[in-house]
Design a protein around this ligand. Structure first.
Ligand code: FES
Length: 171
């Protein structure tokens, strides 16, 4: 594969990758940021994404997979349009994080790493998302919601359903 003719990435992201790999003394150091950008654009790390990234860095696809599987924020299957991450780490757990997670499971009819049948939502139980002072907290794509109660969950989902109906993606 050559980057110019077969890339799965947009022209903009390809240009970003070219800059990124040149920034580090060792090209491989760009791997994790590249995978995060790739996931943002494509939605998940498909076989084609992994092959393209491996080609750009000059390592094998197995090398890419070995690193990618270490990071829980990287996905190998498509997520929903809105990925709901519910923190159940200690601060959030003590303030009802599991109740929040259960409410999302009930409302969406899916469990950890599940995707709703309409493809609008995916759900994950995650470790600390850095909002401990406002626990319990969740993250939907790049948007934070904090100091939550289970009663607020349906309203949050409705907010994103409305965005999805309007064709929006970012929170
Ligand atoms: S423990 Fe939940 S945000 Fe830190």
């Amino acid at each position: 594969m050559t980057n110019e003719t077969m890339s799965v990435f947009s022209t903009e992201l390809s240009a970003r990758f070219d800059k990124l790999v040149a920034k580090y003394p060792v090209r491989r150091s760009a791997l994790v940021p590249m995978l995060l950008y790739a996931q943002d654009e494509v939605g998940y790390l498909s076989d084609a994404v992994i092959a393209d990234v491996a080609d750009r860095i000059g390592i094998t696809e197995l090398d890419v997979r070995n690193v990618a599987t270490y990071y829980s924020m990287l996905r190998f299957k498509p997520a929903g349009k809105y990925n709901v991450q519910v923190c159940t780490n200690i601060s959030c757990m003590l303030r009802g994080g599991y109740e929040i997670f259960e409410k999302f499971q009930d409302e969406l009819g899916i469990g950890h790493k599940g995707v709703s049948t309409d493809g609008v939502f995916s759900l994950e139980e995650v470790e600390c998302i850095g909002a401990c002072c406002w626990a319990p907290a969740i993250q939907v794509n790049y948007d934070f919601h904090d100091d939550l109660t289970p009663e607020q969950v349906p309203g949050i989902l409705e907010q994103y359903r409305a965005k999805a109906a309007q064709g929006g993606k970012n929170a």
